[in-house]
Design a protein around this ligand. Structure first.
Ligand code: HEM
Length: 172
């Protein structure tokens, strides 16, 4: 996975919980405590998952709580600084429907990128089923990111996991 994901996680943990919690997480994950991640660097998926697990242990939170914190931080603080060009949508719905294209475009010129892809289908005019296509199985992160988009657009979205590759989003 691209280093941009663990770099964002590092900034979140340092910013909200302190440098010592981040270093402790790296240590528990079996990585050097001074590890840094470059945005375009390839980081083994297994290392990222180990760090995520370690963060849950150190902060005593569940995987979904960690993914919610990540999604909020990514959408509202981290990505607006480096990917502002993708924030063109006027609503959470527009932003989310654009995410398949964004993930394919943003990684187009990056060797070895394997971005997640998404399919969309509506069950009624407010209810979207989003299918998550990635071998990484990070559906909790998908859910946390969608909640982050709701916060960004100040919309109260109801997000429910249907299966390991599908979520239901009800828009207000
Ligand atoms: C401006 C907004 C966004 C940008 C520029 C962006 C970009 C990226 C990039 C570069 C990666 C790493 C891909 C790789 O390693 O190959 C990634 C991963 C991911 N993104 Fe986004 N993203 C954005 C918002 C979102 C949102 C809103 C969602 C959910 C609806 C989302 C879902 C995910 C997931 C689940 C992953 C983890 C990788 C995986 O599951 O395979 N992203 N994103």
């Amino acid at each position: 996975m691209k280093g941009v994901i663990p770099d964002c996680l590092a900034k979140l943990v340092k910013d909200k919980f302190g440098n010592d919690k981040w270093e402790k997480s790296l240590e528990i994950a079996g990585l050097p405590v001074k590890t840094t991640f470059l945005v375009t660097q390839d980081v083994p998926d297994a290392d990222v998952l180990k760090v995520v697990d370690a963060v849950c242990k150190v902060l005593n939170i569940t995987l979904q709580q960690a993914a919610d914190a990540f999604g909020d931080y990514w959408v509202n603080e981290y990505a607006p600084k480096i990917y502002k060009a993708y924030y063109t949508g006027k609503s959470a719905k527009e932003f989310i429907l654009n995410m398949d294209k964004v993930h394919s475009n943003v990684t187009k010129n990056i060797p070895n990128a394997q971005p997640p892809r998404f399919d969309y289908s509506w069950t009624d005019d407010k209810t979207l089923i989003m299918t998550y296509k990635s071998k990484r199985g990070l559906i909790e992160f998908l859910i946390g990111l969608i909640k982050g988009v709701g916060k960004y657009y100040k919309e109260d979205l109801a997000v429910t996991k249907i299966s390991n590759d599908k979520v239901r989003i009800v828009f207000p």
